[in-house]
Design a protein around this ligand. Structure first.
Ligand code: NDP
Length: 398
C-alpha cells in the first residue's frame, strides 16, 4: 500500500509550494492558519472553493496565490471582481478545479468535502505531487484507482484525518507483517449516550454540535451517525496493509488518543494530542520534519482519566454498514458513500429525520448492485445510480 513506500528523504529544507483544494472549509482554515504562522516555509500556489468567492479572494490576496478557482461557475464574476487589480489568475468549473490541482506544487492539501473532490484529487495524484488527504470520500469511492495512480506517478499519500495521521505516525512500515491490528478511536459524537428514541427527534443543530471537534457540517453529521468512523475504517484499509477484520473501532470520548497500532509482541503504540486538526495538518505539512503548531499542549494531569468503550453497533448501525460494504467490495462503498451524502444533505435541509440517514444508506445498499470501479467513468455511473435510488427512497419516505 502507498504509505509503506514513502521516501523519508523528501526535501524539507526549501520553501514548499503548496495548493489547497477546499481552502475556505474547516480543513482549509486550519491549513491556512498554520501557513500564516510559518510564512517563511510556504509559498501558496493554487486555492479553490465551491461558491464562497469572497472568502477565497481574501485568502488568495493574503497569501499572494497564483491561481484562485471556484467550482461553481456562477461565482466566477464575484471572484474576478474581488481580485481585480491583482495578478492572481481566476477560473471556474470542474475542469478548472483539476487544472488547479495540476499546477506544479510540492504538496497539495485535499480538503474538499465529499465525492465532489475526487476528480481534482486524482488530478493532483497523477502529476506526482505529495498529497495530504483529508477528503476521505475519495478513498471510499475510488481507493483502488487512487492508490494505483499514486503508485504509477510515484507519489505519496499523507493522511490528514487525525486517526489515520496517528496510525501513520506509529505504524512501523518495516515491521508491517508484525502488526496485529489497528485500533481506530472514535469520540462517539454528540449522541454517544442517547437512546434510539432520543436520536429519532435529534435536530440539525444538535447533530452538528460535536463535543470535541469544530468541523464542517457534513463530517459533523457523519460523526453523529458514526458513519464517519465507518468511512474511516474503509480509509484505513486502503492506507495501511491491514485487512478489514483487523481494524477495530474503539470509542474514546475525550479524543486524546487519536488511534493505535497493536503489534504481535503485545505492544500497543498510540499517538496522542489535543483535539485540534492543526496537529495532524502540521505533521503532514512539515513531513518528514516537524513544525510549530499553536495547538494547546496536552495536559494529562488536568484531564485526569481517559475512557474507552466498545461502540454500540445497535444504536449506530452505520459502522457495520460501512464494514460490510468494504468486505463486500465490488463498488459497495461507492453506493454507501453516495447514499450517505444524499441522506446527510436531506437531513441538513430538514427533509428527513436523523435515524433515516443510516436507514436510507442501508436500503440503497439493498437495491443497487455494485461493480468493480476500474475507471472514473465506472465510478460516475455507479455514484449517479446510487444517488438516484437514495433520492427516490428519501422521497417515498417523506
Ligand atoms: P467544509 O464543509 O468545512 O469545507 C469544504 C470545502 O470544500 C470548502 O472549501 C467548500 O467550498 C469546498 N467544496 C464544497 N463542495 C464542493 C464542490 N462541490 N466542489 C468543489 N469544492 C467544494 O468541510 P471540512 O473542511 O470539514 O471537510 C473537508 C474534508 O475533510 C471532508 O472529506 C471531511 O470528511 C475531511 N475531514 C475534515 C475534518 C475537519 O476537522 N473538518 C477532519 C478530518 C477529515 P465553499 O466554502 O465555497 O463551500
Amino acid at each position: 500500500m502507498a504509505l509503506t513506500h514513502i521516501d523519508p528523504q523528501a526535501d524539507t529544507a526549501s520553501v514548499r509550494r503548496i495548493s489547497i483544494l477546499g481552502a475556505t472549509g474547516s480543513i482549509g482554515k486550519s491549513t491556512t492558519d498554520l501557513i500564516r504562522r510559518n510564512r517563511e516555509r510556504f509559498q501558496v500556489v493554487a486555492l479553490t472553493a465551491n461558491g464562497n468567492a469572497a472568502a477565497l479572494a481574501e485568502l488568495a490576496r493574503e497569501f499572494e496565490a497564483e491561481l484562485a478557482v471556484v467550482a461553481d461557475t456562477g461565482a466566477l464574476e464575484d471572484l474576478q471582481r474581488a481580485l481585480a487589480g491583482t495578478s492572481i489568475e481566476t477560473a471556474a468549473g470542474p475542469d478548472a478545479l483539476c487544472d488547479a490541482a495540476g499546477v506544479p506544487a510540492d504538496l497539495i492539501v485535499a480538503g474538499i468535502v465529499g465525492a465532489a473532490g475526487l476528480d481534482a484529487t486524482l488530478a493532483a495524484v497523477r502529476q506526482g505531487t505529495l498529497l495530504a488527504l483529508a477528503n476521505k470520500e475519495c478513498l471510499v469511492c475510488a481507493g483502488d484507482l487512487l492508490l494505483a495512480e499514486s503508485e504509477r506517478a510515484g507519489t505519496r499519500l499523507l493522511p490528514l484525518d487525525s486517526e489515520h495521521n496517528a496510525i501513520f505516525q506509529v505504524f512501523e512500515a518495516d515491521n508491517a507483517d508484525d502488526v496485529e491490528k489497528l485500533i481506530v478511536t472514535a469520540s462517539g459524537g454528540p449522541f454517544r449516550t442517547w437512546s434510539r428514541k432520543q436520536m429519532a427527534s435529534a435536530t440539525r443543530e444538535q447533530a452538528i454540535s460535536h463535543p470535541n471537534w469544530d468541523m464542517g457540517r457534513k463530517i459533523s453529521v457523519d460523526s453523529a451517525t458514526m458513519m464517519n468512523k465507518g468511512l474511516e475504517l474503509i480509509e484505513a484499509a486502503y492506507l495501511f496493509p491491514v485487512a478489514e477484520p483487523d481494524i477495530e473501532v474503539l470509542v474514546h470520548p475525550q479524543s486524546v488518543v487519536h488511534s493505535m497500532v497493536a503489534y504481535v509482541d503485545g505492544s500497543v503504540l498510540a499517538q496522542m494530542g489535543p483535539p485540534d486538526m492543526r496537529v495532524p495538518i502540521a505533521h503532514a505539512l512539515a513531513w518528514p520534519a516537524r513544525m510549530q503548531s499553536p495547538a494547546a499542549r496536552l495536559d494529562l494531569a488536568a484531564i485526569g482519566s481517559l475512557d474507552f468503550e466498545a461502540p454500540d453497533l445497535e444504536r449506530f448501525p452505520a459502522i457495520d454498514l460501512a464494514r460490510n460494504a468494504l468486505a463486500a467490495g465490488g463498488g459497495a462503498t461507492v453506493v454507501l458513500n453516495a447514499a450517505n451524502e444524499v441522506a446527510v444533505n436531506r437531513f441538513l435541509d430538514g427533509e428527513i429525520g436523523f435515524l433515516a440517514i443510516a436507514d436510507t444508506v442501508a436500503r440503497t445498499l439493498d437495491q443497487v448492485n455494485g461493480y468493480d470501479i476500474r475507471s472514473l467513468d465506472d465510478f460516475r455511473a455507479l455514484d449517479q445510480e446510487s444517488r438516484a435510488v437514495a433520492q427516490m427512497l428519501v422521497k417515498s419516505n417523506s
